[in-house]
Design a protein around this ligand. Structure first.
Ligand code: ADP
Ligand code: MG
Length: 393
């Protein structure tokens, strides 16, 4: 069928034509939005967790666009191990505040928030952040140089400014597992402090990351377990996969034969990235307008190749021989499920679990595996185990 009309979008952070299976989260978010607008009250912050390619980033983007459509103050950043979160966040907050001043004219509290942000950014030595020459810094607020305290102080005034306009402020941080533990501690501190007000201000924080994130947050502050609402996102159910494949086609005049759809659904195993990839290849290959089983067989093979090359092989090739042995052991023992380090050491003929520490640490750094809990290790991408086993001999 015409590739120009292809509705499917494989690739990191690319919005799917149908965001399937996330209705509950979106309904909950609607409550957050309305609570802020109608009652001026903030809700408990969220942490979204899931493996690579399950749709965390597109979900964050959806929350962002909903809040934007309602003229909220919105800042979204991606944490990274190399740049301090305070800098990335301050830069994005400055942009958000500039947008807000364009949308909401003449609020005195908004002016104050700008002034406080200015002192916050000056303290961080951020020259690139422009808030407008007319903004004078508010000395003595949010400029202690301690990130947690300064962020709290700034979010308090931005919360006030939101109330002035009957909106809320939304702070989104993707790849939060990459942030150094001091930054996680600062975020915990700010979220905790805001939540303690008699009426919590309408400032809502959403972090997203790998399933190791809850443990990392808890390590940074023991109260983190109760601080956030944890929203795991995972593989899609069969019905959601069918919807994600069928509806975008229907809109463009194409349909699926029953067995073709069934085969496609099974090949994806509910993995959202695979859903987009198979949808795309099947669309391009099928003569249409009715998609048949043969189209799925051919398109499915291309999708598998794309996923192998883009997700699995690139990761496998980054691993050294010793690291590959560890990966193979994991796949042999538990497939895609988490493996206990002790068991893995025994399986690989190591005397001590510490004999695996270096390889394991390196693999975590390279983003191939993560620690779902202390003493456990698991793949970051669904389906990696099968690939690893297919590489072994
Ligand atoms: N709910 C969903 N339904 C259908 N496709 C989805 C869904 N969520 C994500 N996708 C697709 O999966 C791929 C990966 O999404 P992304 O948000 O980058 O994942 P993550 O951030 O978790 O690694 C993208 O191609 C996206 O279009
Ligand atoms: Mg992502």
């Amino acid at each position: 069928m015409d590739p120009v009309l292809n509705p499917f979008r494989p690739g990191a952070g690319r919005r799917p034509p149908v965001l399937a299976g996330r209705e509950r989260i979106l309904t909950n978010f609607d409550v957050v939005l309305r609570r802020a607008e109608e009652y001026g009250e903030g809700d408990r912050s969220w942490v979204i967790t899931g493996l690579r390619g399950v749709g965390k980033t597109v979900l964050l983007n959806e929350l962002m666009s909903q809040a934007n459509a309602r003229k909220w103050i919105v800042a979204k950043v991606e944490a990274s191990a190399s740049v301090p979160l305070r800098k990335i966040l301050a830069t994005e907050l400055a942009k958000a505040m500039r947008t807000a001043t364009g949308r909401h004219l003449g609020g005195s509290k908004l002016k104050r928030a700008l002034a406080v942000l200015k002192s916050f950014t000056l303290k961080l030595g951020l020259d690139g952040v422009t808030l407008g020459a007319e903004v004078e810094p508010q000395h003595g607020v949010a400029d202690s140089g301690r990130f947690g305290e300064d962020l709290t102080a700034f979010l308090e005034v931005v919360g006030d400014a939101s109330l002035e306009f009957g909106i809320g402020t939304l702070l989104l941080v993707d790849e939060l597992q990459e942030a150094p533990s001091a930054d996680l501690e600062a975020i915990n501190m700010a979220v905790h402090a805001l939540g303690q007000a008699d009426i919590p201000p309408p400032v809502f924080f959403v972090g997203a990351g790998l399933p190791s994130l809850p443990a990392q947050l808890a390590e940074a502050a023991s109260y983190a377990e109760r601080l956030y609402v944890y929203q795991p996102v995972g593989l899609l159910g069969a019905e959601d996969v069918r919807r994600a494949l069928v509806e975008p086609c229907l809109e463009r005049g194409a349909t699926w034969e029953g067995d073709a759809l069934e085969q496609a659904q099974q090949m994806t195993r509910g993995y959202p990235y695979f859903v987009q990839s198979i949808g795309k290849h099947v669309w391009d290959l099928a003569p249409g307008p009715v998609i048949a089983a043969a189209d799925v067989a051919a398109g499915g093979a291309l999708a598998r190749e794309e996923i192998d090359a883009g997700l699995y092989r690139s990761r496998w090739e980054r691993a050294t021989t010793a690291q590959r042995r560890l990966l193979t052991g994991m796949a042999q023992l538990r497939g895609d499920n988490a493996v206990e380090i002790g068991e893995l050491a025994t399986h690989l003929g190591k005397a001590r679990t510490s004999d695996l520490s270096v390889a394991r640490q390196e693999l975590i750094k390279k983003g191939l595996v993560y620690a779902p809990e202390r003493g456990l290790v698991a793949f970051t991408v669904p389906g990696m185990a099968d690939f690893v086993l297919s590489q072994d001999g």
